[in-house]
Write a protein that binds this ligand. Structure first.
Ligand SMILES: [Zn+2]
Ligand SMILES: [Zn+2]
Length: 273
């Protein structure tokens, strides 16, 4: 049974519930370790067509204060202060400054942008593309993942194949090719070399792709190279806390995993599931 959920959002970004409400949901679901990983504010030029960026930037100190207060007064659940830091190309200085400003237990890398394009916002962005154009985006995504890992700034790579979100059939076709497997293996090896973990996330089950993030080849490769996994629901509502964790556990066990990891004070801890 998985009782650790370390990918959680709140109403400070585009989530629907408060820090306290998400915590109460975790308690009701039987979580023993619960980590908040609110989206990071993003640097100028990295925007979605409709965005929570300004609201989140203004609320950031409140987010830190509310989670820190819960940490200080936790009753039975280990609360962690995390962040889902957007990987934004060429913005290393911004990222370093942001991460140095608060005492995070862990940093999740969220790759939602290729260059300055937020690729997971509009299905229509993907609909007009040929297979070759999609393949190029996939390659770019996994190259980006390697670059992110090599900075050494992150602990967990979120939703590792989220690039499939609006083109899952084409992505499956790509994954059957040799170059795809090489690209994914290289990215995961960079993640492993950085001392990071790979997230196994139930968010994909709630998106158009209707699949766990990541797919089977990622799980096989991660298991093969000894890459630790962490579990996350990526919940934006109280109902999604610990979402489909039985399914995630069964899925991970298929690939030989019996323990997952979380980070506290930037140090990796393991837990059986
Ligand atoms: Zn994300
Ligand atoms: Zn997230």
């Amino acid at each position: 049974m998985i009782t650790v959920d370390t990918h959680i959002h709140t109403h400070f970004s585009h989530g629907k519930a408060s820090v306290r409400e998400m915590y109460d949901a975790a308690r009701n679901k039987g979580m023993t370790v619960f980590g908040f990983s609110e989206h990071s504010p993003r640097p100028a030029g990295f925007d979605y067509p409709t965005d929570y960026k300004e609201k989140l930037t203004a609320a950031w100190p409140t987010y830190i204060a509310e989670v820190s207060a819960l940490k200080a007064n936790q009753d039975g659940i280990t609360v962690l202060l995390g962040i889902e830091m957007d990987w934004t190309v060429g913005q290393d200085a911004y990222i370093r400054e942001k991460l140095a400003a608060d005492p995070f237990d862990y940093v999740i890398a969220g790759i939602h942008f290729l260059e300055t394009w937020g690729f997971d916002f509009k299905p229509e962005d993907w609909s007009g593309w040929t297979q070759e154009e999609c393949f190029r985006r996939y390659e770019q995504f996994f190259g980006t993942m390697g670059d992110m890992a090599r900075t050494g700034l992150f602990d967990i790579v979120a939703h590792p194949d989220i690039i499939k979100i609006f083109s899952v059939d084409t992505f499956r076709t790509w994954m059957a090719t040799h170059p795809a497997r090489e690209a994914v293996r290289a990215a995961l090896q960079a993640v492993k070399n950085a001392g990071m973990a790979m997230e196994v996330s139930s968010a994909g089950l709630r998106k158009l792709c209707r699949e766990i993030y990541p797919g089977p080849f990622f799980m096989e490769t991660a298991s093969d190279i000894g890459l630790p996994i962490s579990f996350g629901s990526d919940a934006h509502t109280t109902a999604s806390v610990g979402f489909a964790f039985d399914e995630l556990a069964q899925y991970a066990r298929t690939y030989g995993y019996t323990e997952s990891v979380y980070f506290r004070n930037r140090t990796m801890h393991t837990q059986q599931f």
